[in-house]
Design a protein. Sequence first.
Lengths: 264, 264
Amino acid sequence: MSKSAWIKSVKGLLIDISGVLHEAGTDHAMFGAIEALTKLRQAKVPYLLCTNETSLDSRSFITKLNDLGLNVTMDDIQAPAPLTCRYLKDNNLRPFLLIRPELRADFEGLNENDPNAVVIGDAVDAFSFENLNKAFRLLIGNPQCEFIAMGRTKYYQKNGELVLDLGVYVAALECAVEREAKVIGKPAKEYFHTALRKLHLESNQVAMVGDDILSDIGGAQKAGLRGVLVRSGKYRAERDENHATVKPDLICNNLLEFVNMILT
Amino acid sequence: MSKSAWIKSVKGLLIDISGVLHEAGTDHAMFGAIEALTKLRQAKVPYLLCTNETSLDSRSFITKLNDLGLNVTMDDIQAPAPLTCRYLKDNNLRPFLLIRPELRADFEGLNENDPNAVVIGDAVDAFSFENLNKAFRLLIGNPQCEFIAMGRTKYYQKNGELVLDLGVYVAALECAVEREAKVIGKPAKEYFHTALRKLHLESNQVAMVGDDILSDIGGAQKAGLRGVLVRSGKYRAERDENHATVKPDLICNNLLEFVNMILT
């Protein structure tokens, strides 16, 4: 299918938040983000904000996005923490939560005694030597202990500076215990398929727009969606425009540029 | 060559320290360690203590080993920190040292301003989120910045408990910046070959005795030496006796058992 043909065939969007709608550490939406979402709503193009954000619980995160003028509700967002909490409850798991305190509200009502699951979020300063050892000992001491990663993102951009994300700590633990984490979040195929069910669309009708070549673009493409990379956030031309393993279906300057393409 | 034939042909030994001669956090030598070294000296079998220890500078480390009754000198030991310091000086490198304060004496006389090399040791609590980000930004911001790991050991045993070692943090950074660290220490081939030159022996005349299936046994075998695993330290029967990738040439209960085999 030609590029213009698939762009015209897009019926819905999955949209990454950090690096696309705003940049961590700043207090304003990114160029064109508010206009792009407004145009999608007016044109009745369904979309879902698909984030790997684990820095804030859902309620606080939505308040923050609305303070930026993005006008979103709980139904507009898919984030890994509520999905993980549901999975833990459904499987009677008692987690050791390696997360920052600001995320705890998304994990209410769980028994955290005698853990039989390790859950890794973007823990920031909680990624201490002590906490990483605690996770390691739970996993190596009990092969039945579940190992859950809320994403695989390696780093993100905050206030113009790159910051390590949970993915590298997940890699560290995988290296130590020689087994793979179950990912709840991008780039897991199931995360994309859950989002498609919410949009009532098929994978070939939907494009994912993001700034992470691996989690957003690579993950979406493996799940059967189109992947559109934006030139913002952690995007770096020298690395992402000729990536060794992932080739975006399209590269745009920002979300608005792509929304204008599908709406004209 | 039959097992008894190669054991008889061993002319020298490389001996790991932690998990073989003593266990971290304890104040005594391991069973048979003192007797084994005494027998080697009496029989004039050359040996070198080949450690990846980066928890103490060389001088303090030797004092500690002698306090355990092991009777060793500087010439008996090969450790990664002095080799790394030499490499940094020879190449005019200005390191960011991610190490614990107790190792700093091995890196005296280096310029640490405006780093163009990242050096990772067993930094313990210094493996903070902040320090790992500092290393990450140096490496991702400058592809010429050297990335040096003083070993790849994943974990060790201390006071009966497993503790994460530098190897998993090296893996985390390798994952983040998508390039491989240069290893100065086991399992790097060059580290074993440096030790052989000190013993004036060829690789097929020497056996490495250690408790780390990957760094000691796997590394030695790749460098052409025999690898003898001991059942102490971090050794675990279920994992190491049928390891997926490494098969020791011999497994002994301890160093003394192997020394008795080569001396009879």
